[in-house]
Design a protein around this ligand. Sequence first.
Ligand code: FES
Length: 127
Amino acid sequence: MLFDTRTRVDVHVVQTGESYPCATDESLLRGMLRLGRRGIPAGCVNGGCGVCKVQIVEGEVRALGPVSRAHVSVEEEARGYTLACRAAPVTAVRLEVCARLAKPFTRAAAPAASAVPHRPTATTKET
Ligand code: FES
């Protein structure tokens, strides 16, 4: 297909600050992968592994298939959690990658200088 005329909406990944256009008939994850982006971790791309779990913090999505209860409970789903490979955007969406996936995007604070233990530097033995 030379021209892809599908309707697209903007998807914003809070942790990375990146946005990408996603067709309303493709999953949030496929739309991102199609553009070669990496803001949402990808695994099986079929609803089985749970690594693409996100929370929709703004906007509306629709389910493209069943979401495994092993990865998203009913309570979580009610709070906006879903699998990015199983949901398509209906409107512009802001999403957060879930906790275990957010790790690569956060940096641990550097320890204060006084908290760093003094380590003697290696010395060369004179023979
Ligand atoms: S990528 Fe495996 S559940 Fe979405």
